[in-house]
Design a protein around this ligand. Structure first.
Ligand code: SF4
Length: 124
Protein backbone atom coordinates (compact mmCIF):
# COMPACT_ATOMS: atom_id res chain seq x y z
CA UNK A 1 0.00 0.00 0.00
CA UNK A 2 1.35 3.38 -0.99
CA UNK A 3 -0.06 6.78 -0.15
CA UNK A 4 -0.01 9.57 -2.74
CA UNK A 5 -1.30 13.11 -2.96
CA UNK A 6 -3.25 13.67 -6.17
CA UNK A 7 -2.00 16.74 -8.04
CA UNK A 8 -4.63 16.75 -10.79
CA UNK A 9 -6.84 19.39 -9.15
CA UNK A 10 -6.70 21.74 -6.15
CA UNK A 11 -8.53 19.24 -3.88
CA UNK A 12 -5.18 17.46 -3.37
CA UNK A 13 -6.84 14.21 -2.27
CA UNK A 14 -4.77 11.71 -0.33
CA UNK A 15 -4.97 8.47 -2.28
CA UNK A 16 -4.04 4.92 -1.43
CA UNK A 17 -2.90 2.48 -4.09
CA UNK A 18 -1.97 -1.16 -3.93
CA UNK A 19 -1.69 -4.09 -6.27
CA UNK A 20 -4.25 -6.82 -5.64
CA UNK A 21 -3.99 -9.96 -7.79
CA UNK A 22 -1.89 -8.01 -10.31
CA UNK A 23 -4.44 -5.19 -10.60
CA UNK A 24 -3.90 -1.67 -9.23
CA UNK A 25 -6.59 -0.74 -6.72
CA UNK A 26 -6.96 2.94 -5.83
CA UNK A 27 -9.00 4.13 -2.85
CA UNK A 28 -9.89 7.47 -1.23
CA UNK A 29 -9.92 9.23 -4.61
CA UNK A 30 -12.88 11.52 -5.14
CA UNK A 31 -13.00 10.94 -8.90
CA UNK A 32 -11.75 8.75 -11.74
CA UNK A 33 -9.00 11.22 -12.60
CA UNK A 34 -7.40 10.46 -9.24
CA UNK A 35 -7.43 6.75 -10.02
CA UNK A 36 -5.73 7.39 -13.37
CA UNK A 37 -3.18 9.70 -11.72
CA UNK A 38 -2.29 7.13 -9.04
CA UNK A 39 -1.85 4.29 -11.54
CA UNK A 40 0.30 6.50 -13.77
CA UNK A 41 2.40 7.48 -10.75
CA UNK A 42 3.14 3.82 -10.08
CA UNK A 43 3.77 2.84 -13.70
CA UNK A 44 5.03 5.89 -15.63
CA UNK A 45 4.92 9.15 -13.67
CA UNK A 46 4.76 12.24 -15.89
CA UNK A 47 5.25 15.93 -15.15
CA UNK A 48 5.15 19.26 -16.93
CA UNK A 49 7.90 21.90 -16.62
CA UNK A 50 7.66 25.68 -16.63
CA UNK A 51 10.91 27.59 -16.45
CA UNK A 52 12.79 30.47 -18.06
CA UNK A 53 15.57 30.82 -20.63
CA UNK A 54 18.20 33.55 -20.77
CA UNK A 55 18.34 36.10 -23.56
CA UNK A 56 20.92 38.55 -24.86
CA UNK A 57 18.53 41.48 -24.33
CA UNK A 58 19.06 43.64 -21.23
CA UNK A 59 15.43 44.80 -21.32
CA UNK A 60 14.21 41.19 -21.00
CA UNK A 61 17.10 39.08 -19.69
CA UNK A 62 14.90 35.99 -19.23
CA UNK A 63 11.68 34.79 -20.85
CA UNK A 64 9.26 32.15 -19.60
CA UNK A 65 9.07 28.78 -21.33
CA UNK A 66 7.26 25.49 -20.83
CA UNK A 67 7.28 22.03 -22.29
CA UNK A 68 4.57 21.36 -24.89
CA UNK A 69 3.43 18.14 -23.17
CA UNK A 70 4.18 16.14 -20.06
CA UNK A 71 7.54 14.38 -19.82
CA UNK A 72 8.62 11.35 -17.78
CA UNK A 73 9.32 12.49 -14.22
CA UNK A 74 12.79 10.93 -14.29
CA UNK A 75 13.74 13.20 -17.25
CA UNK A 76 13.01 16.50 -15.48
CA UNK A 77 16.63 17.25 -14.56
CA UNK A 78 17.90 16.30 -18.01
CA UNK A 79 15.35 18.57 -19.70
CA UNK A 80 16.15 21.39 -17.26
CA UNK A 81 19.83 21.07 -18.20
CA UNK A 82 18.90 21.54 -21.87
CA UNK A 83 16.68 24.53 -21.04
CA UNK A 84 19.51 26.09 -19.03
CA UNK A 85 21.84 25.91 -22.06
CA UNK A 86 19.57 28.13 -24.21
CA UNK A 87 20.40 31.80 -24.77
CA UNK A 88 17.88 33.52 -27.03
CA UNK A 89 19.42 36.13 -29.33
CA UNK A 90 16.35 37.12 -31.35
CA UNK A 91 13.06 38.68 -30.40
CA UNK A 92 10.53 35.89 -30.74
CA UNK A 93 6.81 35.57 -30.11
CA UNK A 94 4.86 33.35 -27.75
CA UNK A 95 4.85 29.81 -29.14
CA UNK A 96 8.38 29.96 -30.57
CA UNK A 97 10.19 26.63 -30.12
CA UNK A 98 13.46 27.18 -28.33
CA UNK A 99 14.09 23.42 -28.37
CA UNK A 100 12.43 20.99 -30.80
CA UNK A 101 11.85 17.44 -29.57
CA UNK A 102 13.96 17.94 -26.48
CA UNK A 103 16.21 14.92 -25.88
CA UNK A 104 14.17 12.95 -28.41
CA UNK A 105 11.16 12.96 -26.07
CA UNK A 106 8.87 14.32 -28.81
CA UNK A 107 8.20 17.35 -26.62
CA UNK A 108 9.18 20.91 -27.52
CA UNK A 109 10.20 23.74 -25.22
CA UNK A 110 8.22 26.83 -26.18
CA UNK A 111 8.18 30.50 -25.23
CA UNK A 112 5.04 31.48 -23.30
CA UNK A 113 5.28 35.26 -23.42
CA UNK A 114 5.48 38.08 -25.97
CA UNK A 115 7.71 40.12 -23.70
CA UNK A 116 10.63 40.11 -26.18
CA UNK A 117 8.64 41.64 -29.03
CA UNK A 118 6.71 43.97 -26.71
CA UNK A 119 9.92 45.32 -25.18
CA UNK A 120 11.54 45.45 -28.64
CA UNK A 121 8.65 47.54 -30.00
CA UNK A 122 9.17 50.04 -27.20
CA UNK A 123 12.96 50.31 -27.55
CA UNK A 124 13.56 49.87 -31.29
S1 SF4 B 1 -8.94 12.55 -6.89
FE1 SF4 B 1 -10.18 13.86 -8.23
S2 SF4 B 1 -11.00 15.41 -6.82
FE2 SF4 B 1 -9.27 14.45 -5.76
S3 SF4 B 1 -7.46 15.75 -6.23
FE3 SF4 B 1 -7.54 14.09 -7.74
S4 SF4 B 1 -8.65 14.97 -9.50
FE4 SF4 B 1 -9.09 16.24 -7.71
Amino acid sequence: MKELTCIVCPNSCSLKIEKVNDVWVVTENKCKRGEKFAINEMTCPMRTISSTVRTTFPDAPVVPVRVSAEIPKDKIFDVMEEINKVILDKRVKRGYKVISSCLGLNVDVIVTSNILIEKGAIHE
